[in-house]
Design a protein around this ligand. Structure first.
Ligand SMILES: Nc1ncnc2c1ncn2[C@@H]1O[C@H](COP(=O)(O)OP(=O)(O)OP(=O)(O)O)[C@@H](O)[C@H]1O
Ligand SMILES: [Mg+2]
Length: 227
C-alpha cells in the first residue's frame, strides 16, 4: 500500500519494510500537531471568476521557495471575512512543502508547528484546573520551531491573561526572527478592536498581507472527516 504523502519519490519504498522518508515525515508531522487528515494534500481550485488568482500565484511562488522564506524569518497574514475559502488549507500546504524540502536533512526535532489559536486560548484556561497536554506540547515547541502557523486568530477573544500569553509567544518569535503564518477571518483593524493594538501591530506590520475574497468551498465531507 502506498503512503499518502505527496512527494516525488513515486512511492518506490512503500513496499519495503522501512522507508526513511516516511519515517522522517511521520516524525515531523507528529511534532507539528497537524491532524492525520491535514497531512494529505488537497487540490486547491480557483472559483470560476478566478477571484483569488493573484494570491494563489503569490502563495504558489512561496510554496516553491518555502525553505528560503522560512530561513529568512518571513511572515504572512492570510485573511478573509469569508469562511472555507482556503486560508487554513493554504497555510497547511506551505507547511507540507517545507517538510518536503527539509525531511532528508533535518535532525529529529520539531521544525514547524500548527497552533489552532482558539484551542490554544481554551487550553490556557483549562490548564488552570487541569494540566493541558496540548498546551504543554505547544509551549515545548513554539520557540524552537522554524515555522509556526497561528490558525484562526478569531473574534472570540480571550481574557487579558490569555491574550497576553498569545502576545508574548508571538512577540518572542518575531524578536527571534522566526517565520510565522497567521490566518484569520478578521482584517487588521478588526484584530486591533478584538484583541488589542499590540497584537494587531505585530501580526499586520510584520507580515505580508494576503487577503482572500473567494467563496466558501467547504463541503460536508470535509466537516465530517475533521470530527
Ligand atoms: N481553493 C479550494 N479548492 C478546493 N477546496 C477548497 C478550497 N478552499 C477550501 N476548500 C475546501 O474547504 C475546506 C475548508 O477550507 P479551509 O479550512 O482552508 O478554509 P478557511 O478559509 O480556513 O475557513 P475558516 O474561515 O472557516 O477558517 C477544505 O478542507 C477544502 O476541502
Ligand atoms: Mg481556517
Amino acid at each position: 500500500m502506498t503512503c499518502f504523502y505527496y512527494n516525488n519519490c513515486n512511492h518506490k519504498d512503500c513496499e519495503q519494510d522501512f522507508c526513511q522518508k516516511k519515517f522522517k515525515l511521520d516524525f515531523l508531522y507528529e511534532k507539528s500537531l497537524l491532524s492525520d487528515h491535514q497531512r494529505k494534500r488537497i487540490e486547491l481550485k480557483l472559483d470560476s471568476d478566478k477571484s483569488d488568482l493573484e494570491v494563489f500565484k503569490f502563495l504558489s511562488h512561496i510554496e516553491q521557495n518555502i525553505e528560503r522564506f522560512v530561513n529568512e524569518g518571513r511572515n504572512l497574514f492570510i485573511h478573509s471575512p469569508n469562511c472555507g475559502n482556503g486560508k487554513t488549507s493554504w497555510s497547511v500546504r506551505l507547511m507540507q512543502a517545507y517538510f518536503n524540502q527539509i525531511w532528508h536533512k533535518t535532525p529529529m526535532q520539531c521544525r514547524a508547528l500548527f497552533i489552532s489559536v482558539p484551542r490554544f486560548l481554551l487550553a490556557i484556561k483549562e490548564n488552570i484546573t487541569n494540566k493541558s497536554e496540548y498546551l504543554e506540547k505547544v509551549i515545548q515547541s513554539v520557540r524552537v520551531a522554524d515555522l509556526v502557523i497561528w490558525d484562526d486568530i478569531a473574534a472570540k477573544t480571550g481574557t487579558e491573561y490569555e491574550i497576553n500569553n498569545l502576545l508574548s509567544l508571538i512577540d518572542s518569535r518575531l524578536s527571534l526572527g522566526k517565520s510565522n503564518i497567521f490566518t484569520s477571518n478578521l482584517n487588521g483593524a478588526e484584530i486591533s478592536r478584538a484583541l488589542g493594538d499590540r497584537l494587531a501591530s505585530r501580526i499586520c506590520n510584520m507580515s505580508v498581507d494576503v487577503p482572500f475574497v473567494g467563496a466558501d468551498k467547504r463541503v460536508f465531507a470535509d466537516f465530517s472527516s475533521n470530527q
